[in-house]
Design a protein around this ligand. Structure first.
Ligand code: NAP
Length: 492
């Protein structure tokens, strides 16, 4: 539910107030030569504002600032770093109305989703504030005696962080939280489509007391040109990326030149399985969450829904009825649950995937064609009888489209689930604990939702296997990605 009244004046005064320059070395600066890029409102296609568009030189300035600030942040008392994160957590809550509205305006998601993301995003700061003071090592006698092993943890050094447009705030805090907690400075590049949330966050971090240069925000319309030399320079010792598998692969190649530590949170192709013994109503509620959160634009979105043949008709009609009820509109409007897709490219992609499936024989229960109005709207869509060769069996849909396929046996559905290069998350609905555990162990993914349609939690390790990525964010492993292990052998 919206927690504020939105008027056109409120929208424009918020956009007016947000910083629109680059944040480098603790200061707001214009891009070299004054270049700017446009930020659009996906619900109308209209211009929201322009923002400084960083050049290669701006990129170098940001990385040099991170390099210069590194020794100071590493030497800062862990409790002090924790206090900065905790203060930023509190400021995010104090400013949740602004942050949520800003995110809805630049990305399109319904305001209720944006409030959820602000809370989720802030939680990474609290979680890693608590972790900052628990970084520890070990001391041990060598097995053969005669020496001692001292094992310490140290920050990896300056980092490059790159985030996508679908969770403009949380994908940033999920990296910045552990980086700051571990004592690593950073250059963060948000997506060109949604830079405003991260710029607003820079203000918060500054106010929370983060030293100059510890976090630098670069917005650019030429990501490859600006980021590649920085990655290849070796000045940063770590690259943490969230985005598509295609770009991730390219960045891994660049990072290999100077052997950077890498974390890759990449694409997903989540399977959602409903067994014949499942609570069908609970499965429908879970599918609604796993499919419609963020208007389907999530790496964790249920992309392939497999339902046992004996319950598929009941499941399909209940899911279609629930999805059909969701109000569609501008995310700022009261009660809206389905916002626009982020841009025309995303809308065309969803439309092409649905057309391909329907031409191959899929049946449309609801939706199935773009909404005829300004902005980039695609309606909630439920498809059945998905042909096995349909592109959407292999490609991320990233939209409010639920494709249903019947299955007969556990063995068959596990093989279908695993028939993808992705391995981020899968969802399993069954009332049998034994079957649930068996299937959860057999599916190839970094995460499994067992009788639940959402798995993201800052205190749990988030990440994928196969081509969905490397490393984990959140949980107690998230901070390890930003720490090196140093072993000191001591002669006795
Ligand atoms: P994307 O096209 O890969 O872009 C992600 C980020 O990389 C953006 O900031 C983008 O900048 C930047 N980028 C693109 N090309 C680059 C290059 N050559 N060098 C350096 N940076 C470059 O992905 P997206 O479309 O924004 O996001 C959707 C994807 O993210 C989906 O595949 C989704 O599954 C994945 N995702 C994964 C997770 C996860 O945790 N596993 C979470 C959320 C999203 P510009 O946009 O400014 O060009």
């Amino acid at each position: 539910m919206a927690e504020q009244t939105i008027t056109a004046e409120r929208e424009s005064s918020l956009i007016e107030a947000v910083p629109k320059r680059l944040f480098i070395n603790g200061e707001w600066v214009d891009a070299e030569g004054g270049a700017t890029l446009e930020v659009l409102d996906p619900s109308t296609g209209r211009l929201l504002c322009t923002v400084a568009d960083a050049s290669e030189q701006d990129g170098w300035n940001a990385l040099k600032a991170a390099e210069a600030a590194q020794p100071g942040l590493a030497a800062m008392a862990p409790r002090e770093r924790a206090n900065i994160l905790m203060r930023a957590f509190e400021l995010m809550h104090e400013r949740k109305d602004d942050l949520a509205l800003l995110m809805t305006l630049e990305m399109g998601k319904p305001l209720s989703d944006s409030y959820g993301e602000v809370t989720y995003a802030a939680e990474f700061f609290r979680h890693f504030a608590e972790e900052a003071t628990r970084i520890s090592g070990s001391y041990q006698t060598a097995p053969a005696g005669g020496a001692r092993f001292l094992v310490a943890k140290q920050p990896v050094g300056p980092t490059i962080l790159i985030t996508p447009w679908n969770f403009p705030l949380a994908m940033g805090t999920r990296k910045l939280g552990p980086a700051i907690a571990a004592g690593c400075t950073s250059v963060l590049k948000p997506a060109e489509l949604t830079p405003l949330s991260m710029l607003a966050l820079a203000d918060i971090l500054h106010e929370a007391g983060l030293p100059a240069g510890a976090v630098n925000i670069l917005v650019t319309s030429t990501a490859g040109k600006v980021m590649e030399p920085l990655i290849r320079s070796g000045i940063a010792r770590k690259l943490s990326f969230t985005g598509s598998t295609g770009v991730g692969r390219k960045l891994l190649e660049q990072a290999s030149e100077r052997v950077l530590r890498t974390s890759m949170e990449l694409g997903g192709n989540a399977g959602f399985v409903v067994f014949e013994d499942a609570d069908v109503d609970a499965a429908v509620a879970g599918a609604l969450l796993a499919k419609m959160r963020n208007t389907g634009e999530a790496c964790t979105a249920a992309n392939r829904i497999f339902v046992h043949r004996s319950v598929i008709d009941e499941f399909a009609s209940k899911l279609a009825a629930e999805m059909d009820k969701l109000p569609l509109g501008r995310g700022v409007e009261d009660g809206v649950r389905v916002g626009p897709l982020v841009d025309a490219k995303q809308l065309d992609k969803v439309d092409a995937l649905v057309t391909d499936a329907v031409e191959g024989g899929a049946k449309v229960l609801i939706g199935g064609t773009p909404v005829d109005r300004d902005g980039y709207f695609y309606p909630p869509t439920v498809l059945t009888d998905i042909p096995s060769g349909a592109r959407m069996r292999q490609e991320e849909i990233f939209g409010p489209v639920a494709p249903l396929t019947p299955f007969d046996t556990e063995e068959e559905v596990i093989s279908w689930i695993n028939d993808t290069e992705y391995g981020l998350v899968n969802y399993v609905y069954t009332e049998s604990l034994r079957r649930g555990i068996r299937v959860a162990e057999a599916v190839e993914s970094g995460m499994v939702g067992l009788n639940q349609g959402a798995v993201s939690n800052p205190a749990a390790p988030f990440g994928g296997i196969k081509e969905s990525g490397l490393g984990r964010e959140g949980g107690d492993t998230g901070i390890e990605e930003f720490l090196e292990t140093k072993y000191i052998g001591i002669a006795m």
